[in-house]
Design a protein around this ligand. Structure first.
Ligand code: FES
Length: 77
């Protein structure tokens, strides 16, 4: 079992907790070692990509996706 947890916040970011390596598209590593967890934007409106900067609250963004009870333990694909 992984020591990494990714939690979807209601109408907010993905909270990643655990020992992870985060890189940009060029492979450059973000230093997140000082943080117990990180919040990754999923609304697309942040000014600090890939991190959430709270802009989702100002825009009133709402996640339209939820996990159906029957699909909770199965990844798509
Ligand atoms: S989820 Fe917070 S700014 Fe996008």
């Amino acid at each position: 079992m992984s020591d990494v947890t990714i939690r979807c916040r209601k109408d907010g970011p993905l909270i990643v907790t655990g020992d992870v390596t985060l890189t940009d598209q060029e492979g450059t590593v973000y230093d997140i070692s000082k943080h117990e967890n990180v919040a990754l934007c999923r609304c697309g409106a942040t000014n600090k990509r890939p991190f959430c900067d709270g802009t989702h609250r100002k825009t009133g963004w709402a996640a339209s996706d939820t996990v159906l009870q029957n699909d909770r333990n199965e990844a798509p694909g």
